[in-house]
Design a protein around this ligand. Sequence first.
Ligand code: FES
Length: 175
Amino acid sequence: MNGTTIPPQPRPEPAPHPSGDPRFASLDATLDRYHYEPTALIQILHAAQQLFGYLRADVLHYVAAKLRLPIAQVYGVVTFYHLFTTKPRGKHQILVCTGTACHVRGSKLIFERLQQQLGVAEGESTKDGLFSVHQARCIGACALAPAIAVGDDVYGKLSPDKIANFIKKDLKKYT
Ligand code: FES
């Protein structure tokens, strides 16, 4: 042993994403900030979702490759945490409260009726991209249970039979 040590090599500049989408450059900056550390996966996914609006398959593959993680592991984290979505969210998110007060007053049926009448499943957005439907724990309007929130607006004392009118009248103002 002659005691010579090899100095750490600088990490090569990440190659730009072939799509040319500048958001990947921002994602690269985030990956760099976290030193491509797999333990920072949640923070990196969170940043990716903010950049792209939702976690597209190609974005997840990109993150997995950069962190040298199996794609199944990345998908596992995304599906485990409710805050992540792999579907584009609507411009306006309709939150159906499924907290205890709302649940006992039938929020499940309201949630189902809303999905049926808007023609979307949970987390999906309507064809015009305006609305997506989500469940929420408690939106702080228990006295109005069962309640729905759209942005800062709260609609309370709902029932499945009132949903058609809610879509026709109340949702109109967001279009
Ligand atoms: S439980 Fe629905 S608003 Fe609180």
